[in-house]
Design a protein around this ligand. Structure first.
Ligand SMILES: NC(=O)c1ccc[n+]([C@@H]2O[C@H](COP(=O)([O-])OP(=O)(O)OC[C@H]3O[C@@H](n4cnc5c(N)ncnc54)[C@H](O)[C@@H]3O)[C@@H](O)[C@H]2O)c1
Length: 241
C-alpha cells in the first residue's frame, strides 16, 4: 500500500472513513470525497489527507474535483466507491424520487467517479477499483427494490469494467452484510434488533467497519493480484442462505 494514491468516496463516515484510516496507516496518500464537506474536512485533517466536498451525482463537480485530487496527489492508482444511501420501503410505498436518488448515488455515482478517474488509473501501474455494493446485490430482502437494484447494478457494472479495463486495471466489489455505521444506527441501537440480526448469520454478530476496510485493503494491493470482476460478501455468513 506504501506510496499508493487512493481516492475514497463516502469518506466522512462509516466504511469510507475506516478505509481511509487503514489506508493512511498503511502509508497511502489519500483524496477523500463526501457530500458532507465539514465531515470530510475533519477526517482529512486527522489523517493528513486531501478532503473535498463533492456530491457524486453531480457529474460536473465530480469531473472538476477528481481532476483536482489527481493533480494534487500526482496521480490516482486506487479508487474506493463507498458513498451510498439506503431507503427501505415496501415497493407499493416507494417514492419514485427515492428510486431515482438511490440509482443516482449508488450506481451512477461510481460511474461518474471512475469515468473521471480513468485517465489517472490508465496511466498508473496496477490500478485498482473497489466498489462497495451490499448483500442486497446478491439476494432479495423486503423493502429493498430500489436499493437492491442499485447495488446489483453496481456489482454488474464493476464486473463489466473489470473485463473492459483489464489487464492494467482490476475492479472488484465488496458486498457487506449488516455493518455498524450511521446507515444502520436505527438497527444496532436497539438491542433486540441487533440480537435478531446477529442470530440470522453464521458468525452471530454484526459487522464492524474494520471488517470492510481489511477487505478493501486486500482488493487494493497485489495480494489480490489475480482477482478481478468478483463480488466478495463480507457478511458473517448471510447471503448464502
Ligand atoms: N452499513 C451497512 O450495513 C451496509 C451494508 C451494505 C452496504 N452498505 C454500503 O456501504 C457504503 C458505506 O455506507 P456506510 O454504512 O458507511 O454509511 P454511512 O451513512 O456511515 O456513510 C455513507 C457516506 O456516504 C456519503 N454520501 C451519501 N450520498 C452521497 C453523495 N451523493 N455524494 C457524496 N457522498 C455521499 C454520506 O455523506 C456518508 O458520509 C454505502 O454504499 C452503503 O450502501 C452499507
Amino acid at each position: 500500500m506504501n506510496a499508493r494514491k487512493v481516492l475514497i468516496t463516502g469518506a466522512a463516515s462509516g466504511m469510507g472513513r475506516e478505509i481511509a484510516r487503514l489506508f493512511a496507516a498503511e502509508g497511502a496518500s489519500l483524496a477523500l470525497l463526501d457530500r458532507d464537506e465539514a465531515g470530510v474536512a475533519t477526517v482529512a485533517t486527522d489523517l493528513g489527507a486531501q478532503g473535498y466536498g463533492c456530491d457524486v451525482t453531480d457529474r460536473d463537480s465530480v469531473n472538476r474535483i477528481v481532476a483536482m485530487a489527481g493533480d494534487t496527489l500526482g496521480g490516482i492508482d486506487g479508487v474506493i466507491n463507498a458513498a451510498g444511501i439506503l431507503d427501505i420501503t415496501p415497493f407499493v410505498d416507494l417514492d419514485p424520487a427515492s428510486w431515482d436518488k438511490m440509482i443516482a448515488v449508488n450506481l451512477t455515482g461510481p460511474f461518474n467517479i471512475i469515468k473521471a478517474a480513468l485517465p489517472y488509473l490508465t496511466a498508473a501501474d496496477g490500478a485498482t477499483i473497489v466498489n462497495i455494493a451490499s448483500v442486497s446485490a446478491l439476494m432479495p430482502m423486503p423493502g429493498t427494490a430500489g436499493y437492491s437494484a442499485s447495488k446489483a447494478g453496481a456489482a454488474m457494472f464493476t464486473k463489466s469494467i473489470a473485463m473492459d479495463l483489464g489487464p492494467r486495471i482490476r475492479a472488484n466489489t465488496i458486498c457487506p452484510g449488516v455493518i455498524k455505521t450511521e446507515m444502520t444506527r436505527y438497527l444496532w441501537e436497539n438491542p433486540e434488533h441487533t440480537a435478531r440480526a446477529a442470530e440470522r448469520v453464521a458468525l452471530k454478530r454484526l459487522g464492524e467497519t474494520s471488517d470492510i476496510a481489511k477487505a478493501a485493503l486486500f482488493f487494493s494491493t497485489d495480494d489480490s493480484g489475480f482477482t478481478t470482476g468478483t463480488e466478495l460478501p463480507v457478511d458473517g455468513g448471510f447471503s448464502w442462505r
